[in-house]
Design a protein around this ligand. Structure first.
Ligand SMILES: *[C@@H]1O[C@H](CO)[C@@H](O)[C@H](O)[C@H]1NC(C)=O
Ligand SMILES: *[C@@H]1O[C@H](CO)[C@@H](O)[C@H](O)[C@H]1NC(C)=O
Ligand SMILES: *[C@@H]1O[C@H](CO)[C@@H](O)[C@H](O)[C@H]1NC(C)=O
Ligand SMILES: *[C@@H]1O[C@H](CO)[C@@H](O)[C@H](O)[C@H]1NC(C)=O
Length: 378
């Protein structure tokens, strides 16, 4: 049996909840890769440890393994959980290299908190397969682990604060907050996103191809209001459960609607949370990412470099994107922002480093009434 097969996780869009998650086995436990304990699907709102923890999905494509390893090292903290999705398109050697890396890091093995999606998707840029991958990861992480917030990153992202800083800065926030940058002013997206109909062959074909455009266009929805925004979000556990379990039918209805929508990751969570009476008041209108755009904006954000360092730090944001592999600015970030890392094996005692203070300033500003309540779902 190939290693890939052993790491299989059953996946289908319609049975998100019935997937099993396997820990990446070490070389010696390869044949007995154990299923990790499945937690009851219930909210951990009442779990009252003062320190929160985070569940990360890190998505990577073909050729990203180098970036992925570096990102994982810089993000690692024993309290958190990490799920890696390496596109099915990446060659088998890359999947194996990543699996070996995860299995070879003693720290990851002790905590068992770094996992790989064993049966990954073909992810189509701008297609619903991106969203399917995110929802799959949320379902797996809800099922396996206790955490407070779900964070979605790509291999081109990088942190600007240590995980201790992040944990400390978030520790005084209500655990039900969702960081989702959004607006209902669709602008050019009304015609370029709201009306076109697309099909993503990645949902049913093993061959990678671009999305298909249907010639006919559709009208804008009238039974719910469309919102759009940044594809980078930090979602609370209660909202994640709502998305996955869908005890109200809205998450499912919108998922079906967004299947034929261009760039659904920029709209699904935004539209869902703003149309939900239960969750709209938990929305913080910010994505906590430093992302630089050309003026006028092009399709992809600018690649960040040393010239952006000061602005990045001044933004007080915990994450930035996007970076080239081993860009010199990453060394500077490591040295000047992430240096006060915990020593291996030491107690995860979060210390308010300079990063925590910067991030707290941003969070405090976002929680002011004029930035929080006044900017919700408008
Ligand atoms: C959570 O902890 C705080 C501080 O330790 C305490 O004031 C609060 O009552 C606790 N809440 C619950 C639900 O146990
Ligand atoms: C999650 O992160 C990826 C980066 O890998 C991004 O492209 C995607 O749009 C994000 N959002 C969702 C909802 O999938
Ligand atoms: C899909 O990919 C396989 C293997 O690369 C190839 O043999 C096949 O012809 C492709 N099919 C289409 C419809 O492109
Ligand atoms: C949300 O906020 C609005 C306005 O402040 C309030 O009327 C409503 O009851 C709140 N909803 C929930 C579920 O707390």
């Amino acid at each position: 049996m190939s290693m890939k097969k052993l790491l299989m996780i059953s996946f289908s869009l319609t049975s998100l909840l019935f997937s099993f998650l396997y820990i990446i086995p070490t070389t010696t436990t390869l044949l007995t890769s154990s299923k990790i304990p499945i937690l009851p699907l219930e909210s951990n709102q009442n779990h009252n440890s003062t320190l929160p923890c985070f569940a990360y999905l890190i998505s990577a494509s073909k050729g990203d393994v180098g970036k992925l390893k570096r990102l994982l090292r810089s993000l690692y903290h024993r309290r958190n959980h990490y799920l890696i999705h390496l596109d099915l398109e990446a060659p088998e050697e890359e999947h194996l290299e990543m699996a070996r890396f995860v299995a070879g890091e003693p720290m990851f093995q002790i905590e068992g908190n770094v996992m790989m999606v064993g049966k990954p998707n073909l992810v189509t840029y701008r297609g619903p397969t991106m969203l399917a991958t995110t929802l799959h990861a949320m379902a797996l992480l809800l099922r396996c682990c206790r955490w407070d917030w779900f964070i979605n990153l790509s291999a081109s992202d990088y942190p600007l604060v240590t995980q201790d800083d992040l944990i400390y800065a978030f520790s005084e926030l209500p655990r039900d907050l969702n960081f989702i940058q959004h607006t209902s002013r669709l602008g050019w997206k009304m015609n370029k996103r709201g009306r076109p109909i697309i099909i993503d062959p990645g949902l049913y074909s093993l061959n990678k191809s671009e999305i298909w455009w249907v010639i006919k266009q559709r009208s804008l929805p009238t039974s719910f209001k469309l919102f759009t925004g940044s594809a980078w979000t930090i979602l609370s556990r209660p909202f994640s459960e709502y998305c996955i379990i869908g005890y109200d039918n809205l998450p499912r209805t919108l998922l079906l609607y967004y299947t034929n929508f261009v760039s659904s990751p920029e709209g699904y969570f935004q539209t869902l949370i703003c149309n939900s009476d239960e969750f709209r008041n938990t929305t913080v209108n910010h994505d906590l990412h430093y992302i630089a755009w050309d003026n006028p904006p092009k399709q992809h954000p600018k690649t960040l470099g040393t010239r952006d360092y000061r602005k990045m730090v001044m933004s007080n944001r915990p994450f930035a994107r996007k970076f080239k592999s081993n860009d010199p600015v990453l060394n500077r970030i490591d040295r000047e922002l992430l240096r006060n890392k915990r020593k291996r094996g030491s107690k995860p005692e979060p210390g308010p480093g300079p990063g925590a203070r910067r991030l707290k300033n941003l969070l405090l500003r976002l929680m002011l009434r004029r930035n929080f309540v006044k900017k919700q779902c408008r």
